[in-house]
Design a protein around this ligand. Structure first.
Ligand SMILES: [Zn+2]
Length: 184
């Protein structure tokens, strides 16, 4: 990775992506205690007295003004809608511990929409497998719906230039359909 061209994704306090900034500006936000590191690259840079790793994602500490736009259909917004809880067992999870689940599996015609995607822990996701909740004997804690809160600023990035760490934060453009791991 070229240090000069490294960019940092800036999130609101509510984990919505708002801007792509230079890593220098990201370090400034951290130095001013206006932001906190969510994720970082392996790349290190030498500041005058210390060596620091370049942050790949920084979250603002203070609430950011919200805009009246529809909520982006993204993995993190799904998690936020569900309160970072597995919608089957109710476990409170970190982003890393969550995946998404198609309530009606895609193989049975289920679609990738707000109404058919819920947050799930990996254990429940595995247990449910390619079945409906009824078939799996599992009960949803809430009926998934399109959220009406938390509109965000849209960030467009080309698929090729997206650092891995950003993928949970930038919104889906359909590539989730071919993603390995979660789903169903
Ligand atoms: Zn669970």
């Amino acid at each position: 990775m070229h240090v000069e061209s490294t960019r940092t994704l800036l999130l609101t306090q509510g984990y919505e992506p708002i801007q792509i900034i230079s890593w220098q500006r990201a370090l400034t936000l951290l130095a001013l205690d206006k932001g906190e590191v969510v994720d970082e690259y392996d790349t290190e840079v030498r500041a005058p007295s210390v060596i620091v790793r370049i942050p790949s994602i920084v979250r603002l500490r203070k609430a950011f003004r919200r805009y009246a736009k529809p909520v982006k259909f993204s993995r993190v917004n799904i998690y936020a809608r569900d309160g970072y809880r597995c919608q089957y067992c109710g476990a409170k999870c970190t982003i890393a511990e969550l995946t998404y689940d198609h309530v009606i599996p895609r193989s049975k015609g289920g679609r990738t929409t707000w109404e058919n995607i819920v947050s799930a822990c990996y254990a429940c996701n595995r247990r449910k497998a390619n079945r409906t909740p009824a078939e799996a004997g599992m009960k949803l804690l809430s009926v998934p719906a399109r959220p009406t809160w938390m509109p965000s600023v849209q960030i467009r990035v080309s698929a090729r230039s997206v650092p891995d760490a950003w993928r949970d934060y930038v919104y889906w453009t359909g590539e989730i359909e071919s993603e390995e791991g979660g789903a169903d």
